[in-house]
Write a protein that binds this ligand. Structure first.
Ligand code: BEZ
Length: 255
């Protein structure tokens, strides 16, 4: 999923703390509306749970991800899954659609991603996806930054969360016709407290810490976020903002 050097993926931990990611990706599959016989690229496939849904829709699926661990998990499902950086896709006019759920925010070179998707698509092909949008996980980022700064440390934000306007402009600049693009707030129920989310996704903020420092920082961030992200019902919800879009490479493209 990630092309970040500081993020490492553990499929078992992902299964425990982040199963909701593919569960909540089902509406994105519906927006894609996969048709039997289509050849589809799943960009940032993770453990392949949604790629499998596309196979069940009788599509031919190539699933790519920068994480070798996640690709091994996807291959174990019987998928055609390949390790590849989404910022340098190696395909030429072969797909009817490129699909991406909860992965594009790990790729900090969006113009390179979009250029690779464009090359990968046949004329008339669709690019449909969902990612973190502007202000996604803002409370979490603020709490992480504060906890690090209290220790005299800084971490670069590992994620790219664009507004609809910004992402639309990038798609249009490459030649795509944007059919749908929107951001919406979606507080996202977590399977436990936000500590599991931090353990799974926020390595960039803890990579320079010792194990005991890391555990102390995570405990402190969980406490700092309790008032904001933990409801009266005791359930934790991450402050997600989604950016969802569907764009088309025109049948007759000049470039
Ligand atoms: C997201 O899906 O919005 C997300 C997941 C992990 C890290 C950051 C954002």
């Amino acid at each position: 999923m990630s092309s970040s050097d500081t993020q490492h993926w553990n499929p078992a931990q992902y299964q425990q703390n982040a199963r909701f990611v593919s569960d909540l990706g089902v509406p994105v599959v519906e927006l894609l509306s996969p048709q039997p016989g289509e050849r589809i690229l799943d960009l940032g496939c993770g453990d392949g749970a949604l790629s499998l849904k596309l196979v069940e829709a009788r599509c031919t699926v190539v699933a790519v991800d920068a994480s070798a661990e996640m690709i091994a998990a996807a291959q174990a499902l019987g998928l055609d899954a390949r390790v590849m950086d989404g910022q340098s896709l190696q395909f030429e006019r072969e797909f009817d659609a490129v699909f991406s759920n909860a992965a594009l925010h790990w790729m900090k070179q969006p113009a390179q991603v979009i250029a690779g998707v464009w090359r990968a698509l046949k004329p008339g092909g669709r690019f449909v996806g969902e990612m973190g949008g502007k202000a996604n996980v803002a409370a979490i980022v603020t709490a992480l930054d504060a906890a690090l700064s209290a220790r005299g440390k800084l971490a670069p934000n590992p994620w790219y969360f664009p507004s609809a306007e910004e992402y639309s402009a990038l798609l249009v600049a490459r030649g795509f016709e944007v059919r749908v693009i929107e951001t919406f707030v979606r507080p996202t129920l977590l399977p436990g407290d936000v500590g599991g989310w931090l353990e799974t996704f926020a390595h960039a903020y803890t990579v320079l810490l010792t194990e005991s420092e890391r555990q102390a920082l995570i405990a402190e961030v969980v406490d700092a976020l309790r008032g904001t992200l933990c409801g009266a019902d005791g359930a934790w919800r991450a402050d997600y903002v989604r950016l969802r879009f569907a764009a088309v490479k025109p049948e007759i493209a000049i470039r």
